[in-house]
Design a protein around this ligand. Sequence first.
Ligand code: B12
Length: 295
Amino acid sequence: MVYIRIKKVKNNDYAYIVESRWNKEKRTSQQITKQYLGPISQVNINKIPEEYRNESAIVKFLDSHNLNFENSMELNESLQERLFEKLKNYELNELIKIYNEYTKSIYSLLDFYEKLLIPILYKIGDQWAKGEIDVATEHVCSNATITLIDLINQKNINKKIPESSSTNRPIILCTPEGELHSIGCKIIESLLLEKGYDVYNITSPLPINSIESYLYNIDPIIIIISVTLEDNINSVIRFIKEIRQSFNRPIIVGGNAIKLAPKSQIQILEKYDKVYLNFGKFNDMITYIKTLKIT
Ligand code: B12
């Protein structure tokens, strides 16, 4: 059985999903922490992994704290609609207002991207593919998205992780040659800036040799590659092979293309380093970055 447990630390309440298991030898029940949810004030249904959302103890907890699933889904849907309208009309003031309202209470920046902005970008893509919106509207929406993310980032550009941390070295973000989808990197940049990392977003369909010499000069702690089109996975593999010939740094690959790629390509990528589908594992990615040592 899983349920939510609250721990008090210095007068603040923090929530964890724990599982209760019977230990036959000790003849007692043991609690195993499955997931840290953050401060209780920031817990909501979106923070609960899907496999636990229907557990009665979890539903009861959310109900008793007014964090009920339906309310939260309805809120997301109505905000998504508003966001879509404002993107189409390039209403930057309204867009930033939606972001401020959404994140002022329980939702995080990651929630904003995962639950509101990215679903809308997918919807825009589907509508474009069906011919329901024209190319110009799609371009306006993606440009408004990029400006919105820049506005959000303004708040975080002065954040810095502690000097002593080994990870205060730069993180490079890029896309493979030929990939024009840059919003994935833009979102990762925003999430990393919020945490105080030094980020170089070099997203551009540049030829490989110019990126390589750039990497050499910046000497990053890690390189993160976002790939959207399945056709570009081979370009990622070539890119990593090239980098690794002269430069041994950890590399993380993620993006929409990974969801569609055949297992054989994923296995090639995993030989080099870590591969993530989406932001479900964003916190794992940060933990991994924190463990990296300067070589
Ligand atoms: C905006 C957009 C464009 C813009 C891009 C502008 C820009 N500056 O980025 C423009 C107009 C240039 C464009 C062009 C094209 N596009 Co386009 N585009 C889109 C759209 C609407 C949004 C893309 C986006 O930013 N999504 C948001 C990002 C954040 O989502 P994501 O990439 O899926 O990433 C997710 C995860 O994978 C993760 N993630 C991403 N990177 C990383 C990295 C790490 C390490 C981690 C942990 C996670 C992670 O985060 C996200 C959350 O899950 C999509 C629709 C869609 N479904 O995405 C179509 C879409 C991607 N495009 C598509 C197509 C076909 C094209 C074109 C080929 C169209 C054409 N005929 O010219 C060209 C290709 C250009 C090229 N060579 O790259 C198709 C792709 C179909 C397919 N199955 O591959 C889509 C899906 C539209 C559709 N429904 O058909 N596009």
